[in-house]
Design a protein around this ligand. Structure first.
Ligand SMILES: C[S@@+](CC[C@H](N)C(=O)[O-])C[C@H]1O[C@@H](n2cnc3c(N)ncnc32)[C@H](O)[C@@H]1O
Length: 350
């Protein structure tokens, strides 16, 4: 990753979310002036994808969680409000079964007494660190990478405070693109993590990530990749068509969408890593209305963007689903996968 920026911080909480423009100057100051100007995110052209895909608001609909316009060539940007909304569901979904094999690998690291160095790729606002740091013993230094300096700002100010055993946790942020990550950039790393990232990457980007981790002899915990399957209760005749259109949207261009986790498992295995895959579904129901609503709007919106011929039927579908959600009658399972890759230690035995 390029352009090391930034700050070393020692714990905090996500502040009340400022609007995109409110934070620009502060974020600019913290990121060395490298952030581009932003526009507000309520226009019909806004294309920020808060996790479930870009969707233009329909007439009369509030455009939710869109951050600002992006040009055709600009990558999608994620709204911190969306990442914050999904953080508790992500934490509940993550596969705890992968933690023990990870802890065993980390316990056997040479130089472990000096603490862990953990690189979180595509960190967004830093939710992975807030979840994982308190599950690992020992001092930790987190290096938070993202291509979006606006999100790095949030990650820096809301960093995890302490490890499972009370040891100190520090963070720094680095702006850069996963496509350019190298083994050298990960030199000295104890662990690489990513969350909700793989499915928005290309085969080349995943290959670069696997090669970098393998070259550095570093394990990787890559969580919450979309699996392309959802279950809504009660079932509806349009569920399958919307799912397929959404998945096709996820695969737009060179992006891997629901194929990403398989591609990643193969890429790490080709480098000799031992790979474990575990399910990590969101299980949403009464009490999760805000998240379900935003997820539904994004999910259906992306499906319609992919298949405009679905628009009329999807409108009725969305209305029906949102009514059930508001009444506390909708349950949703959104399937994800977590991947643990135990790469061969650099220069040592597997
Ligand atoms: C869905 S968000 C997940 C954020 C965070 N990991 C979480 O779980 O809340 C995906 C994140 O990956 C970043 N990202 C996407 N593609 C990237 C790339 N090629 N290089 C670096 N960061 C990338 C985005 O800016 C965004 O912050």
């Amino acid at each position: 990753m390029t352009n090391p920026v930034t700050t070393t911080q020692h714990g905090g909480t996500i502040p009340a979310q400022p609007g995109p423009r409110d934070v620009t100057d502060a974020a600019l100051a913290r990121t060395g002036g490298s952030m581009e100007p932003r526009t507000g995110g309520t226009g019909a052209q806004a294309s920020v994808i808060p996790g479930a895909g870009p969707a233009a608001p329909r007439p009369g609909e509030r455009a939710t969680l869109r951050l600002r316009e992006t040009g055709d060539d600009e990558p999608a940007r994620y709204a911190p409000e969306w990442l914050q909304l999904r953080e508790p569901a992500d934490a509940a979904a993550r596969s705890y079964d992968l933690l023990d094999p990870l802890r065993i690998r980390l316990a056997n690291l040479p130089g472990r007494a000096d603490g862990l160095v953990i690189h979180d790729i595509g960190c967004g606002t830093g939710s992975m660190g807030r979840w994982l740091a308190p599950h690992l013993d020992g001092a930790q230094h987190w290096v938070l990478h993202d291509r979006d300096p606006y999100l790095l700002h949030f990650a820096a100010v809301a960093s995890p405070r302490s490890a499972a055993d009370g040891s100190h946790v520090t963070v720094e942020t680095r702006r850069g693109d996963v496509a350019r990550i190298t083994a050298d950039a990960l030199s000295g790393a104890s662990l690489v993590t990513a969350s909700a990232l793989l499915d928005v990457l290309t085969r080349e980007e995943i290959g670069a990530l696997a090669a970098a981790c393998a070259g550095a002899g570093c394990p990787a915990l890559l969580t919450l990749s979309v699996a392309g399957r959802v279950e809504l209760t009660a079932p509806h005749p349009l569920d399958q068509e919307i799912t397929e259109a959404f998945n096709a949207h996820q695969r737009r261009g060179d992006l891997l969408g629901p194929d990403a986790v398989t591609v990643a498992a193969e890429a790490f295995a080709e480098h000799g890593a031992t790979v474990r895959l575990n399910p990590s579904p969101w299980r949403l129901g009464p009490g999760d209305e805000a998240l379900i609503e935003q997820w539904l709007r994004g999910w259906v919106g992306a499906a319609v963007e992919e298949r405009p011929d679905l628009t009329a039927r999807a409108d009725g579908y969305l209305t029906e689903r949102l009514e059930a959600c508001a009444a506390g009658e909708l349950r949703v399972v959104v399937h994800h996968s977590d991947l643990l890759a135990l790469c061969r230690p650099a220069g040592g035995a597997a």
